[in-house]
Design a binder for this molecule. Structure first.
Ligand code: UD1
Ligand code: MG
Length: 421
């Protein structure tokens, strides 16, 4: 069993986001910021994860898994006060406490592992993860002595002109010996511009007690970006989106244009599938092997594409299953529909699934042919190998028998199914 727990701070006000939504609930690829940090923390298999949230924003609780312990901070008095709020939830038998911030979604378990291993190797009382930034504005700066020894952290707001020129910054990821942390927290005072209790002051306090403080330098600054502003949210989104796309590419999916393709990380896509530009694939969508999606496609929640499906320009699919080798190449809306194998749906075909009050289901059986500009008013069933002529409106409950040809508005049978000999 591991010898550490992880505390994640998510109780800040997030004023700089200029939004009613709590900062850690802002989403990247439909996942709240805080959950990126929680997911990385889980991979470390700690004894316990404690997330500190604000009493004033209890809705943060709702996005966290039930097995995560939540501690409440009464007032946003600063990061040191937030860690203090988690104090009673830190197991007594933990040697170390890793502290992470809920607004650093790019963090990975490998980075946390590097920090933790460094901390153990140095047998430090506390260790901070740092990195170098070309533009360090807004971040706490790492202070080192003339010999390069790490001696403390100064916040951007409190830094002198000279200190502001330091490019090495505090990433907001730390590892502490539990007993030293708890002792130091009891002594932190809000002696700064913001009148806040800074967690970063723990370092100088511990340093002054002649205990070992260490700074571990991360190479990849893209792992540690803190999100305080909407522009930083945008920056982090781009990096995460790129990571997700690289992951799908690694699984054999061809993404023609990463700049205009949005795929949720929970989607599943089979090898050999090609995604063309300007396509959006939402949460939980399942796409088989050797499919073709886009350009300009929107696959919404509940969409399942079996192998070799081809979906083209300006097609939206919602809560529908498309059978193997089915083709919907142009300007269609398919909602709440089960489509069989080898169905062809022509340009401009629409499923009218909503009657103004309720959504209804449609079934299109295998090898059916739906002509251009057809409207199928749900609930309705189009039989096997049936043909719906161009421009027809098949009204609700007027099911099309297997093998029949229907046409017109409203659609009528013009050719009965051929009898089997
Ligand atoms: C903090 C660090 C800074 C570092 C930067 C890295 C401090 C004092 N400063 O600054 O050195 O470079 O992160 O991203 O720690 N929070 C609470 N309760 C509070 C205040 C904050 O839970 O009372 C939480 C926030 O929700 C957030 C995290 O702590 O997830 C960090 O707070 P934030 O206000 O974003 O600090 P920064 O100014 O980014
Ligand atoms: Mg921050």
């Amino acid at each position: 069993m591991s010898d550490f727990c992880i505390v994640i701070l998510a109780a800040g006000e997030g004023k700089r986001m200029k939004s009613e939504v709590p900062k850690v609930l802002h989403e990247i690829c439909s996942k709240p910021l805080v959950n990126y940090v929680v997911d990385a923390a889980k991979l470390m298999a700690p004894k316990k994860i404690v997330v500190v949230i604000s009493r004033k924003r209890p809705q943060v609780r709702e996005v966290l898994d039930r097995d995560i312990k939540v501690a409440f901070q009464a007032q946003p008095l600063g990061t040191a006060d937030a860690v203090k709020a988690a104090g009673k939830d830190i197991p007594a038998n933990c040697r170390d406490v890793i502290v992470l911030y809920g607004d650093t979604p790019l963090i990975t378990a490998e980075t946390i592992r590097t920090l933790y291993d460094f901390h153990l190797e140095k047998n430090a009382s506390c260790t901070v993860l740092t990195t170098h930034l070309i533009n360090p504005r807004g971040y706490g700066r790492i202070l080192r002595s003339e010999t390069g020894q790490f001696i403390g952290i100064v916040e951007d707001k409190d830094a002198t002109y000279l200190q502001k020129s330091v490019k090495e910054i505090n990433t907001g990821m730390y590892c502490f010996k539990k007993d030293d942390l708890l002792e130091a927290l009891a002594h932190i005072k809000p002696a700064n511009q913001s009148r806040e209790f800074y967690l970063t002051d723990v370092f100088s306090w511990i340093f002054n007690k002649n205990k070992k403080i260490e700074a571990c330098v991360a190479d990849d600054f893209r792992e540690v970006l803190g999100v305080n502003l909407k522009t930083e949210l945008m920056e982090a989104s781009q990096i995460i989106r790129q990571r997700i796309l690289e992951n799908f590419s690694g699984q054999g999916v061809r993404i023609a244009d990463p700049l205009t393709t949005f795929i949720d990380e929970t989607a599943q896509i089979g090898a050999g599938t090609e995604i063309f530009p300007f396509s959006v694939i939402e949460k939980g969508v399942l796409i088989g092997k050797n499919c073709s999606v886009g350009p300009f496609c929107h696959l919404r929640e509940g969409s399942v594409l079996k192998d070799k499906v081809s979906i083209g320009n300006f097609t939206e699919i919602k809560n529908s299953i498309l059978g193997e080798s089915t083709r919907i190449r142009h300007i269609s809306y398919i909602g709440d529909t089960t489509v069989g194998k080898k169905v062809n749906i022509g340009a401009g075909a629409v499923i009218a699934n909503f009657d103004g009050r309720k959504k209804h289901k449609t079934v299109i059986k295998e090898k059916a042919f739906i002509g251009c500009d057809v409207v199928l008013v749900a609930p309705v069933v189009v039989g096997k190998k049936a043909v719906v002529g161009a421009g027809s409106v098949v009204t609700r409950d007027h099911n099309v028998p297997d093998g029949a040809l229907v046409m017109g508005v409203p659609a009528r049978i013009v050719q009965k199914p051929k009898k089997k000999r």
